[in-house]
Design a protein. Structure first.
Ligand code: PMP
Length: 372
């Protein structure tokens, strides 16, 4: 089925890489529970520990770091926000829902019109702070691709004695991610955004500051995430992490596809808005809107043409709510309701970009004709 599709929704999920699938297949046939001490159990344990090392390497986690495997980034974000033991949590207004909805008492750090977190506002929010505080700022925004100045967030946090969590789900595999260089305390990763299977993720704890578990019972993952490990998914995640590190340089070719889409669309529609255009952005993502051309109209026409894109974050799709990220950037609801996200991935081709440009231009021209 995927052959006839032009799949440009890699930020929602990116296809499983063949080598990850092979590793998974082998482990699906293995009967071992990783907690068992017999040969089969030890083989399962070895697969998990191999994956842990592969994930650690992707983000340059040091020897003191602890990696907890979870069911995905949503769980990892919940685990750290609820379990880090901080009285106060501040998060950027552009964070993923799994951060923003993990607690009811989150203080919102505003973002600027280009999508970058407002560092001066963060500094003000921390002035005179006495509570143990956790700051959560993502490395790359899933909707706009904007790269946040997490190093600068870290400097401010250090000065004020706060901990920092970074959701690096959309950064891993797309740009170099070095948890030691960033200096953050916690980092979240997701398998299915880097070519591993859905349903696996990790919380990386740089300084081994343990978190209270969300799920108790079996003592797995150093008592931070009970339950028999999903060995094949974790192994697939590990292989995907290793490949993501190896393929990082080649991945940068996607900038030319993204840039071509933006240039061609603007040529056809000079009034096109590209969100976060002047901020640093990851190479695979573009989010744009044209006044009067609603996301629904575009999505329906593109879907009929076999082109898969998103009208914001996948979790928000199917609802008519304007993207909270665009809202936070000060984009008016009318324009936000026209926003489309195109995200390329490891198997995207020039032909995919061409197909999108052709189909989108047709939709735009049809609308112009009707409006005239
Ligand atoms: N954080 C970000 C930035 C994301 O893009 C996503 C997935 N849309 C998540 C967290 C949640 O990841 P998962 O699907 O692994 O729960």
């Amino acid at each position: 089925m995927t052959q006839s599709l032009t799949y440009l929704d890699h930020n929602a999920t990116t296809p499983l890489k063949p080598a990850a699938m092979e590793a998974m297949k082998a482990l699906l046939l293995l009967p071992g529970n990783a907690s068992a001490t017999h040969k089969a159990g030890r083989a399962a344990r070895a697969a998990i520990e191999r994956a842990r090392a592969q994930v650690a390497a992707l983000v340059n986690a040091g020897p003191q770091a602890v990696i907890v495997f979870t069911s995905g980034a949503t769980e990892a974000n919940n685990l750290v926000l609820k379990g880090a033991g901080c009285e106060r949590v501040l998060a950027s207004a552009a964070e993923h829902a799994s951060v923003l909805q993990a607690r009811e008492d989150i203080g919102m750090i505003p973002v600027l019109p280009d999508g970058l977190v407002d560092l001066a506002a963060l500094d003000r929010m921390l002035a005179g702070n006495t509570a143990q505080t956790l700051i959560s700022v993502m490395l790359v925004n899933n909707e706009t691709g904007v790269i946040q100045p997490v190093g600068k967030v870290m400097e401010i946090a250090k000065k004020r004695g706060a901990l920092v969590h970074c959701d690096a789900v959309q950064a891993a595999g797309r740009m170099p991610v070095d948890i030691q260089a960033l200096g953050v305390d916690y980092m979240t990763l997701s398998s299915h955004k880097i070519g591993g299977p859905q349903g696996a993720g990790a919380l990386v704890m740089a300084n081994c500051v343990a978190v209270a578990p969300e799920i108790s019972g079996g003592g797995q993952e150093k008592n931070m995430r009970a339950g028999t490990e999903n060995v094949s998914a974790i192994a697939g995640f590990g292989v995907a992490a290793e490949l993501a590190a190896e393929d990082m340089e080649a991945y940068q070719r996607l900038a030319s596809l993204r840039d071509r889409v933006e240039a061609e669309l603007k040529k056809a529609a000079p009034a096109l808005h590209v969100f976060g255009e002047n901020a640093p952005r990851v190479v695979n993502t573009t989010m744009f809107a044209h006044e009067g051309l609603t996301a629904d109209t575009q999505m329906i026409a593109l879907d009929l043409a076999g082109v898969c894109v998103s009208n914001g974050s996948a979790c928000g799709s199917g609802t008519v709510r304007a993207s909270h990220v665009l809202k936070a950037m000060g984009v008016a609801d009318d324009l936000a309701s026209c926003a489309l996200r195109v995200s390329f991935g490891w198997n995207s081709t020039d032909a995919d970009a061409d197909m999108f440009i052709q189909k989108w231009t047709e939709i735009y021209k049809r609308r112009q004709k009707r409006a005239s």
